[in-house]
Design a binder for this molecule. Structure first.
Ligand code: FE2
Ligand code: FE2
Length: 277
């Protein structure tokens, strides 16, 4: 099975990059399942129902969230009627929405997608390891799911690595989000779980984490209130990880970084496609 995970969509630049490129990639790469983190899709802060719908229409099967889940308050309402939008599973009991979902991939296979949030250098939620154990026990790889994709929304690389090795052999892919910068450690772990510490973002990289540079720099120089952070509006780059799984085991046979767009050195799974973006 062929999986694509794309990192945090940041504002209009990220949304346009997804809309322009993803429909073509879905066909050319014969993607069975696409997951995208959408926590910054609405002006850098949260997601609206319209933007969620347009992301799904562009070719995402599931949209994940993170610490910005509720920046657009409407998300607390529409997440209840949108099973393809998930928020971190380790929010306290009673939080709107769900932390995991099972979708049917294009090839008919069942894909479990789980979203958790780290606790280091972030607003600490419940134990993400326990949340993962719970979700995977409810829908284990090979028994109830043909592939398992885990989005670890976290700041600290150590916490993401710990979660990946904790899940090695139990998930097809464990990928980090939140830092908006792609890491160059794409690989398959010893027991068969594909991994990349951070998927990077879908957005304008001529920016500070997808937001316009000036106000961000000013905030480091001066400790006075300023203006709102606004997303950068240059050409967006798609950034994430592509994975091929074994149909029998659900584990990864190969994993490749994906970066397609204006600013970063481009890369894509050449085994699937000589042409790229
Ligand atoms: Fe983000
Ligand atoms: Fe985040």
């Amino acid at each position: 099975m062929r999986l694509l995970f794309l990192g945090d969509i940041v504002g209009r630049a990220g949304r346009l990059a997804v809309q322009d490129r993803l429909p073509g990639l879905r066909e050319r790469w014969k993607l069975d399942c696409v997951v995208i983190n959408g926590e910054n899709a609405a002006g850098g802060f949260g997601i609206t129902e319209a933007i969620c719908d347009e992301t799904l229409a562009a070719g995402a099967d599931v949209v994940t969230l993170g610490n910005h889940s509720w920046d657009q308050r409407e998300a607390m309402v529409f997440i209840e009627r949108q099973p393809r939008l998930i928020r971190p599973a380790n929010y306290p009991p009673g939080t709107p929405g769900r932390g995991a979902t099972v979708v049917e991939a294009r090839n008919g296979a069942r894909v479990l997608v789980v979203n958790v949030m780290g606790r280091l250098f972030m607003d600490a939620l419940d134990d993400p390891f326990a949340a993962l154990d719970r979700e995977l026990a409810a829908c284990p790889l090979r028994e109830a799911a043909d592939a398992v994709i885990v989005d670890v929304h976290a700041e600290a690389t150590s916490e993401k690595l710990a979660m990946a090795y904790y899940l090695d052999g139990r998930a097809s892919l464990v990928v980090g989000t939140h830092t908006h910068v792609p890491t160059s450690d794409t690989r398959v772990l010893p027991a068969g779980t594909a991994y990349q510490s951070d998927a990077g973002m879908c957005g304008d990289y001529d920016s500070i984490l997808g937001m316009q540079k000036e106000e961000s720099i000013r905030r480091f120089l001066q400790k006075t209130p300023g203006s709102r952070l606004e997303p950068a509006l240059g050409e967006g780059t798609l950034s994430g990880i592509a994975v091929e799984t074994d149909d029998r085991t659900g584990l990864a046979k190969g994993a490749w970084p994906v970066r397609l767009g204006a600013t970063l050195a481009e890369t894509w799974p050449t085994a699937w496609d000589q042409q790229g973006g």
